[in-house]
Design a protein around this ligand. Structure first.
Ligand code: HEC
Ligand code: HEC
Ligand code: HEC
Ligand code: HEC
Ligand code: HEC
Length: 235
């Protein structure tokens, strides 16, 4: 009896104090968490092209390579002629440059010598971006070509295994699973890239538009009878 009364008394009077305490430490906690998050976001942005909070990221490349001009067929995204009219993009197939995407783990980015097969002659002689390209390809020809260090836009952590080949094969055979389009096309190897990369042909600079987090990989694997055991994707 007495103990019940004793209990309720101090409790009621200590509630406000407790509240103040909880609010104060809670506030501190929130500040601390936000600090950590901010630090994480900042180091993420500066240090690595890996998505942290927002996954849409883009940055300058050693050569400002426009997918629009090369991969799109749309006049709005293509070239501007000397007289100011819009010309179609070249509509090159994605696999024309990303040659190993249908056969290997990596899609591959072409060597600068490959670009030079066209750009030795194509494009204005004084175009600054093409000057970087022609110097790297050593078209004048005394030093040998130097590789262009393209910055990676999409990169999974080292403990994750990703292979392009089975995805391109499966999506090509199952167009209903393809998400989005490439220049309005949904079929053929180049038509399926949008599932994970968005419409790259419409991008002046490539950016990551899908989170490509584990949940997304596993969901699609479950829905399409692909393996979901850890070792399928982890080393
Ligand atoms: C003329 C050659 C060429 C064509 C055609 C081309 N690409 Fe690329 N692609 C490149 C080069 C060079 C880079 C590296 C520079 C950059 O990121 O912009 C690249 C980068 C990329 C990246 C980013 C890679 C990373 O770092 O994560 C993706 C995704 C991509 N291309 C997809 C496509 C798709 C999809 C198509 C077809 C719609 C396509 N590409 C057509 C040359 C090409
Ligand atoms: C099949 C031929 C072909 C290939 C291969 C090719 N390009 Fe191009 N590229 C073109 C054409 C055509 C233009 C438009 C030129 C113009 O309108 O003056 C162009 C334009 C450009 C421009 C200039 C963009 C601007 O705004 O002026 C850059 C930079 C460029 N290409 C980089 C590259 C790189 C890097 C590669 C290799 C990954 C590459 N190209 C491969 C044909 C090609
Ligand atoms: C199922 C999702 C998926 C599809 C479909 C897909 N990619 Fe990728 N792509 C990725 C992921 C994930 C990465 C990052 C891989 C890594 O970091 O190991 C990547 C990386 C890349 C890269 C940069 C690294 C490399 O492999 O050279 C290029 C270029 C690329 N993809 C092009 C393409 C093209 C072109 C297509 C269509 C033919 C395509 N991808 C279809 C998920 C996909
Ligand atoms: C659009 C659906 C889809 C997405 C998104 C996807 N996958 Fe897949 N993946 C598949 C399918 C379907 C297969 C099996 C293809 C086949 O061989 O028939 C597969 C196969 C694989 C394989 C080969 C497995 C084996 O042992 O044969 C690996 C590794 C893999 N995926 C990793 C990933 C990773 C990592 C991601 C996320 C970055 C991812 N996948 C996203 C559909 C998807
Ligand atoms: C279909 C491919 C796939 C499968 C299957 C898969 N993972 Fe992952 N996992 C990923 C990818 C992609 C990442 C990196 C992106 C991310 O952090 O979500 C990842 C990240 C992780 C991480 C690190 C998370 C972090 O925050 O850094 C752990 C831990 C992990 N996976 C454990 C597992 C375990 C345990 C299993 C089996 C039950 C499993 N995974 C199965 C694709 C897969």
């Amino acid at each position: 009896m007495a103990s019940e009364i004793d209990k309720s008394k101090p409790e009621s009077s200590s509630i406000p104090k407790l509240l103040v305490l909880v609010l104060a430490t809670g506030g501190l906690g929130v500040t601390a968490v936000m600090g950590v998050v901010a630090a994480f976001v900042i180091t993420g942005w500066i240090g690595q092209p890996v998505p942290v909070l927002g996954f849409e990221q883009t940055f300058d490349q050693p050569i400002n390579f426009p997918h629009t001009i090369h991969a799109s067929l749309s006049p709005e995204l293509g070239r501007i002629a000397a007289d100011g009219t819009n010309l179609e993009g070249l509509g090159l197939d994605c696999t024309f440059c990303h040659r190993t995407v249908t056969t290997q783990a990596n899609a591959g980015v072409p060597a600068v010598g490959f670009c030079a097969t066209c750009h030795q002659v194509i494009g204005a002689a004084d175009n600054p971006e093409l000057t970087i390209l022609r110097d790297a390809a050593d078209i004048v020809g005394d030093n040998g070509p130097e590789p262009v260090n393209w910055r990676r836009v999409h990169r999974l952590p080292d403990h994750v295994r990703f292979v392009h080949e089975p995805h391109i094969r499966y999506l090509t055979q199952n167009p209903d699973v393809v998400n989005g389009t490439t220049s309005g096309v949904k079929e053929g190897p180049a038509g399926v890239c949008s599932t994970c990369h968005g419409d790259v042909a419409a991008m002046e600079q490539v950016e990551q538009v899908e989170p490509l987090k584990m949940g997304q990989c596993v969901d699609c694997h479950r829905d399409n009878g692909a393996p979901t055991d850890c070792v399928a994707c982890h080393y």
